[in-house]
Design a protein around this ligand. Structure first.
Ligand code: CAA
Length: 255
């Protein structure tokens, strides 16, 4: 039976893990299912934003019971990084809506998203060292990039989970809401993004990624300028500016 669901409504896609008996711990089958659903999202021209949200608990990490007896080769086969990289590289914006526990591979999934929103009693962290391993699904790279080296090392070396407020102070999450409002808040933000020029949103996500990866700042600024100018070949740029001048809402067509 499927343990991952996808719904796409009014331009907002949502992927959810449904494995409440294990606090939505992630195993190979779940991550492979997610992989296939990502293809569906990418193919759906109406999708403007993707939310990852699972009821009660975002995900209590990779499935420890499934991993416990792995040897080195088995551990490599268990690794989630190829799918996580695919999420990080999706052209459309992604939001992690975090309720309850987001630990280990669960929090690493949240770290692949562009934006993170947490409920006030969410608990987030990287407890891998308590199990004799370390984060192995992009955490050692994405966490320091998000919060800086010192906070990343504190989180990863202690393995302690932090509260939503502490995560907010560190910059691990963008905002904190009431527990009951986590999905609604993510959906509200997704809808705001969905109203913006879709070509510009996809292009700016790519430009930000390339800028962060580009060691030469001047080259990064050149890339920005090239892509920015390219937008003036699009229908949506003409429509967006015309709508402003005519004092009406734009009708973007994603072209
Ligand atoms: N893997 C497998 N099963 C898990 C799990 C996990 N990561 N997390 C929770 N579960 C299961 C528990 O075994 C339990 O199942 P049973 O009833 O069959 O025993 C059920 O979910 C409920 O969990 P608890 O009884 O433990 O619930 P709790 O409220 O007392 O504690 C918790 C909650 C603090 C999150 C605790 O479950 C916990 O510490 N979980 C493990 C968290 C963790 O270490 N995650 C990192 C995994 S390693 C990883 O992610 C590697 C990577 O980099 C990819």
């Amino acid at each position: 039976m499927s343990q991952v669901t996808l719904k796409i409504e009014e331009g907002i896609a949502c992927i959810s893990v449904v494995r409440p008996e294990a606090l939505n711990a992630l195993n190979r089958e779940i991550v492979d299912e997610m992989d296939q659903l990502l293809d569906q999202v990418e193919k759906d021209d109406s999708a403007r934003c993707l939310i990852f949200y699972s009821e009660k608990n975002f995900a209590a990490g990779a499935d420890i019971k499934a991993m416990a007896e792995c040897d080195e080769e088995g551990a490599k086969a268990f690794a989630f990084s190829p799918v996580y990289n695919k999420i990080a590289d999706l052209p459309l914006p992604t939001i992690a809506a975090i309720e309850g526990y987001a630990l280990g591979g669960g929090m690493e999934l949240a770290m692949t998203c562009d934006i993170r929103i947490a409920g006030e009693s969410a608990k987030m962290g990287f407890p891998e060292v308590t199990l004799g391993i370390f984060p192995g699904a992009g955490g050692t790279i994405r966490v320091p990039r998000a919060v800086g080296e010192a906070f990343a090392k504190e989180l990863i070396f202690t393995g302690d989970a932090v509260s939503a407020q502490r995560a907010l102070q560190m910059g691990l999450v963008n905002r904190v809401t009431a527990d009951t409002d986590v999905y609604a808040e993510a959906e509200k933000m997704a809808k705001r993004i969905a109203k913006r020029g879709p070509v510009a949103i996809r292009m700016v996500k790519e430009v930000i990624r390339r800028g962060l990866e580009e060691p030469d700042q001047n080259r990064a600024i050149e890339i920005e300028a090239e892509q920015w100018a390219r937008l003036f070949t699009t229908y949506d740029q003409k429509e967006g500016m015309k709508a402003f001048i005519e004092k009406r809402k734009p009708r973007f067509e994603n072209r």
